[in-house]
Design a protein around this ligand. Structure first.
Ligand code: NAD
Length: 296
């Protein structure tokens, strides 16, 4: 079998189009413009690229973008004051503090100081609890993007065996909660899992979020399974820098029914879902109907 490629780039473009449509309606009918504030502390080059990209896409869908760039030695007190100001600003509907933060700042403390209703990354402890108990929450962007692609490909996920490889708070655990919410039978595998290949072979859906280049091999994949590759790994091959996932794409695509490529799979969906979450937060803040198809 040669797998169907799930084109995350094209799918993300349709999500952004939907978001732009909702933004236009909010402006016209309700005189509200959704606003996303991104806070960047320090000069981590990868974070700077992400923040630039987020700001650009925010403006492209018609929303207001507010960037707060703070020095690497910003104190916890000063950062908390910035977050507090954004919490109280009615023009700001989404707040994202770019991670990782410099070592002297307590990430949990900062994230949990964000108003949960504006926590468009879905990392606040209240949102984690709401998601875990199946209540309306802000859902972390990367797993939300994976869920959207899976729903689009399969329709219903009910009863499917899903294996999530990785148990991080930002991908693995929320992904598992979302799949459980869609009535999958979910296994969370991790670095201590015994006989990982055998566990993965049971899966109708495999989500790989490990951070190890091309670790998941084709003969781990059940014939016809859907493979979602979250990994983004930079490697050198044949003297060139290359971006690869956690799945060995060449061998896995011989067995899978459908697979996301890296790049061009999960990656583009993450920022699209951040924009979707900001529109959702704006609608909730204004007591308006939430956009359909953009939330979990
Ligand atoms: P993490 O390092 O926080 O977590 C990795 C998880 O993988 C851990 O839970 C660990 O138990 C598990 N793991 C490690 N080695 C393993 C092994 N040999 N076998 C089985 N499990 C193992 O990473 P993360 O933040 O969850 O990110 C995972 C990957 O996804 C990374 O490559 C990251 O760059 C990528 N990522 C992509 C996006 C995106 O937008 N596409 C977003 C977030 C993360």
């Amino acid at each position: 079998m040669t797998a169907q490629i799930i084109d995350g780039k094209a799918f993300a473009a349709t999500v952004r189009e939907k978001v732009a449509g909702h933004v236009a309606r909010l402006k016209e009918e309700n005189n509200v413009t959704p606003g996303l504030a991104v806070v960047l502390v320090g000069e981590d080059p990868a974070s700077q690229v992400y923040v630039r990209s987020k700001g650009k896409q925010t403006v492209e869908v018609g929303m207001n973008s507010y960037e707060h760039k703070l020095d690497a030695d910003t104190s916890e007190e000063d950062l908390l004051a910035v977050v507090n100001k954004l919490n109280n600003d009615p023009d700001v509907h989404g707040i994202l503090v770019q991670l990782p933060l410099p070592d002297h700042l307590n990430e949990d403390l900062i994230i949990n100081s964000i108003d949960p209703a504006k926590d468009v990354d879905g990392f606040h402890i209240s949102n984690v609890g709401l998601l875990g108990t199946g209540q309306k929450s802000m859902v972390p962007c990367t797993p939300l993007g994976c869920l959207m692609m899976l729903r689009d490909h399969h329709g219903s996920l009910s009863g499917m065996d899903a294996v999530v490889i990785g148990r991080s708070n930002i991908v693995g655990k929320p992904m598992a909660q979302l799949l459980l919410g869609d009535s999958c039978t979910v296994t969370i595998a991790h670095s201590r899992t015994k006989d990982l290949p055998e566990v993965v072979r049971r899966a109708d859906i495999v989500v790989a979020a490990v951070g190890r280049p091309e670790m998941v091999l084709g003969d781990w994949i059940k014939e016809g399974a859907t493979v979602i590759d979250v990994g983004i790994n930079r490697i050198e091959r044949d003297g060139k820098n290359k971006l690869v996932g956690d799945v060995d794409f060449a061998s896995a695509s011989e067995r899978a029914g459908a697979i996301t490529p890296v790049p061009g799979g999960v990656g583009p969906m993450t920022i699209a879902c951040l924009l979707a979450n900001t529109v959702t937060a704006c609608c909730r803040a204004n007591g308006l109907a939430e956009p359909e198809g953009l939330t979990a």
